[in-house]
Unconditional design. Sequence first.
Length: 201
Amino acid sequence: MTDLLTWSQHVASWRREVHALYDAVRAEPDPASAHETWVEARTELFDTHPASARQPGQSLRHAPYDPAYRFVLEMQPAEPEEWRPTTGSDGEVPFRRAGRFEIPLVGGLDVWWLGSYGNGVFVPLRDATAGTTTYGAGRYVLDTVKGADLGREGELWVIDLNFSYNPSCAYDPDWACPLAPLGNRVGVEVPVGELTPASTT
């Protein structure tokens, strides 16, 4: 019980840190500076926090910021559809398609609503770099339940693919994460965001 209590405190701390980081990102008016803040803080968390998925010898890598991959977009309507990935101890997690972003240079990405426990928006991405310079199963663009939220400008959503990041299962196979379904896979390369981890050993 003590181990579970300690772990739950570590995870709660991680979540607070991530929420605070995205607060700082949204408050910074310059996207490139916001990205620099995000990279530095995410790297620090990954390297030092007790709830990190980091394994010995791993370190984060990020592509340089490219403003061409930042967009402010309207969420387009999409036909309702259910998606029920299995994620470790949570079992089957039900998502419902809430809309779709049509992203210049990239293509369409489905927007998924998680209403089962946290109520939030989830947008995964798997692009043509998967398995080469980025994690083979894809990355996350938005996950508002976990605090990964770049904000809105009026009724429009900030979608900045420079902030795409790897799920925990990219680093530790003991984690089971929801991965990009067909409506979140694109055939073009998205060469920005978090890359496959580097080995320090």
